[in-house]
Design a protein. Sequence first.
Length: 118
Amino acid sequence: MEKFMFLFRGGENHAHNAQDSNAAMENMKAWGQWMQGLTEKGILAGGDPLQPSGKQVSGKNKTVTDGPYVEAKELVGGILIINAKDINEAVEISKGCPIFNEDGKLEIRPIQKMEMPS
């Protein structure tokens, strides 16, 4: 099995506003059920939602700015690490994600194994 990261972008309801509306509460319930199913099948390896705020460190001078400053539809709202035999299986697993009901995006990235020098 390989590991893949799901990056969730956009969507109309997020974990940080789940108490603000019934739609957001129902969305969070759907996420919980989906993730529970992944856990029961041994697919889910880890992950968490992200707060909408943070800091960004960039460049040779390590300049620190508040952020991220991107459009809400492009904001990474969370990540999951999943186990799949290949990227095609990861894509199929992703299709059950509730983010699509909220008009969001899911990016799938293979996690590269790193060999540490001895």
